[in-house]
Design a protein around this ligand. Structure first.
Ligand SMILES: Nc1ncnc2c1ncn2[C@@H]1O[C@H](COP(=O)(O)OP(=O)(O)O)[C@@H](O)[C@H]1O
Ligand SMILES: [Mg+2]
Length: 497
């Protein structure tokens, strides 16, 4: 890809990007959210047309009008969200859209045989006769990869494939990558995770703000340099975490049951204690009840059995305001739905839930001077980039909205903080900042429950780590004695020994 330019209304998503991949190579495309990685690859896959620049496959210029053109040129792409048909089997999904090899009726047995061969050859375990709705995400991803290989992809683009996997599944996927590369495939691996990129790639290209920040052979580059290229300034990759003596229990969860949206128990008998001055990490693959637990703890989802005690006060099934008044702050996973109001200004978002209290309000009148001063301070202290306090938050970037929510929630000096995916979709620069504030809060004595799917984040910040699997806590380990392998096994449902 040479000199690729792609504009969206108001956004220069790709700004003269050069990128190449060779057969036998895993080439990582690394960059923060919004850097332009998916956009670049969607052009290679015929989903968008470049505004400028050229795409050459085996030296020949190509103009793709649709993914079909790209597939015919030997290119396959595995998207962040899978595109399989749930009520068809694995084999049927792979056969979908293929011309029959023998007459008008497609020979599913032949397809199945070939699928099994590919599965064996690359270590992509699948049950060919299972219905897709029965498959876990990791398995669906393997089906997508086999499907691309089946269609003769010599070049495979994988858009953030590891985001939905456990560490063990990531290891398995990387073994598959290696086999495919040895077989002469060219692989483009999109990621924003440094560790993974360094673990598997031959070359690494970093995109920042739509431009290439550089391409480096893996052996000539450090993680610190890559982080710097991603963010445009040096970034701390490890934090100082001075020991803190854990104080009294601030949050006590006893045998809690919470139903998910489908009426089944998503939280299935969870007990946890959280002490002052401690960060308890809650790890797990997404969809194992973390979200429902967080919502119940925030007073936003009913508890049908068990008890929540906050600062010695029982708050089970209390309103969100009751939780706040008992000393709890909450950073929700869905920041735009539950953490902020899009159309409201920065100021109005910063006083949400606190507007009825001193110093913001006295005798039912808002004190605009106090509000302005406090909001100015949060914006300044939490480094929120906004044109002014009247700007609607929908105009801020994800990272800045997250810093704003964090600022609002920490301004209350909470005894307990429930932080759900606090840095998801946030760039490394802002993540680093959010992590530092969480660690400061730990020193100040806050009891924090850090719910995250990012094991590196959990390990960097937590004192203890609880792993949630199918609605239960499968084990709790001290971070000092834990290994990623052990945690990964727990995330896959294996109880610690
Ligand atoms: N279809 C689209 N319409 C408008 N803007 C888009 C579209 N797709 C991506 N963008 C914008 O282009 C930029 C790059 O996005 P993307 O390629 O998805 O980044 P990445 O994959 O690196 O996270 C972002 O600012 C994003 O908001
Ligand atoms: Mg993307």
């Amino acid at each position: 890809m040479q000199g690729i330019v792609k504009r969206f209304p108001g956004v220069l998503a790709n700004d003269h990007v050069d990128f190449d991949v060779r057969s036998g190579e895993v080439h990582a495309l690394l960059g923060e959210n919004g850097a332009g990685k998916s956009t670049l690859m969607r052009q290679l896959y015929g989903l968008y047309k470049p505004d400028e620049g050229q795409i050459l496959v085996n030296g020949e210029e190509k103009h793709f009008n649709s993914p079909l053109d790209a597939i015919n040129a030997g290119i396959g792409m595995i998207h962040q969200h899978f595109m399989l048909v749930p009520n068809l089997t694995v084999v049927e999904n792979i056969a979908l859209g293929l011309k029959s090899s023998r007459g008008p009726v497609l020979d599913l047995d032949r397809v199945e045989k070939r699928v099994q061969d590919l599965s064996d050859q690359y270590g992509l375990k699948v049950d060919t006769r299972a219905y897709v709705w029965q498959l876990a995400v990791g398995e669906q991803q393997r089906v997508e990869i086999i499907k691309a290989l089946y269609r003769g992809a010599a070049l495979l683009v994988l858009d953030e494939p590891t985001a939905v996997l456990t560490p063990q599944e990531v290891d398995d996927l990387f073994v598959t990558f290696k086999k495919m590369a040895v077989d002469g495939h060219a692989l483009i691996f999109i990621s924003h995770k440094l560790n993974e990129v360094v673990a598997i790639s031959h070359r690494i290209t970093v995109l920042r703000d739509g431009k290439t920040a550089g391409t480096r052979p893996n052996e000539n580059v450090t993680r610190a340099e890559l982080a710097n290229m991603m963010v445009g300034r040096p970034v701390l990759l490890q934090y100082d975490k001075p020991p803190v003596e854990a104080g009294p229990v601030r949050l006590k969860i006893e045998d809690l049951y919470v139903r998910g949206d489908r009426g089944k128990d998503a939280v299935d008998g969870v007990s946890l204690e959280l002490c002052a001055g401690e960060i308890l990490g809650l790890a797990g693959v997404s969809g194992n009840g973390q979200r429902e637990l967080a919502e119940a703890l925030a007073g936003m989802r009913p508890v049908h059995r068990g008890r929540i005690t906050l600062n010695d006060k029982e708050v089970t099934n209390g309103s969100p305001l009751m939780h706040i008044e008992a000393g709890q702050s909450y950073i929700p996973e869905e920041r735009m739905k539950e953490g902020a109001i899009r159309e409201f200004s920065v100021t109005d978002n910063l006083i949400l839930a606190d507007h009825g209290k001193a110093p913001f309000s006295n005798h039912s009148f808002l004190n605009f001077k106090a509000i302005r001063e406090s909001c100015d301070k949060v914006v300044h202290d939490f480094n929120v980039k906004t044109p002014n306090l009247e700007t609607p938050v929908k105009n801020l970037s994800g990272g800045n909205i997250q810093k704003l929510i964090l600022g609002r929630e920490l301004r209350r000096r909470p005894a307990v903080l429930i932080a759900s995916q606090p840095t998801r979709g946030v760039d490394i620069g802002a993540s680093e900042y959010i992590h530092q504030r969480l660690l400061e809060q730990r020193l100040a004595g806050t009891a924090t429950l850090l719910i995250s799917e990012d094991l590196d984040e959990i390990r960097a910040l937590s004192d203890r780590i609880a792993v949630m699997y199918e609605g239960r806590i499968i084990g709790i380990v001290d971070v000092k004695d834990s290994t990623p392998e052990q945690l990964g096994l727990m995330m896959a449902g294996v109880e610690p020994t």
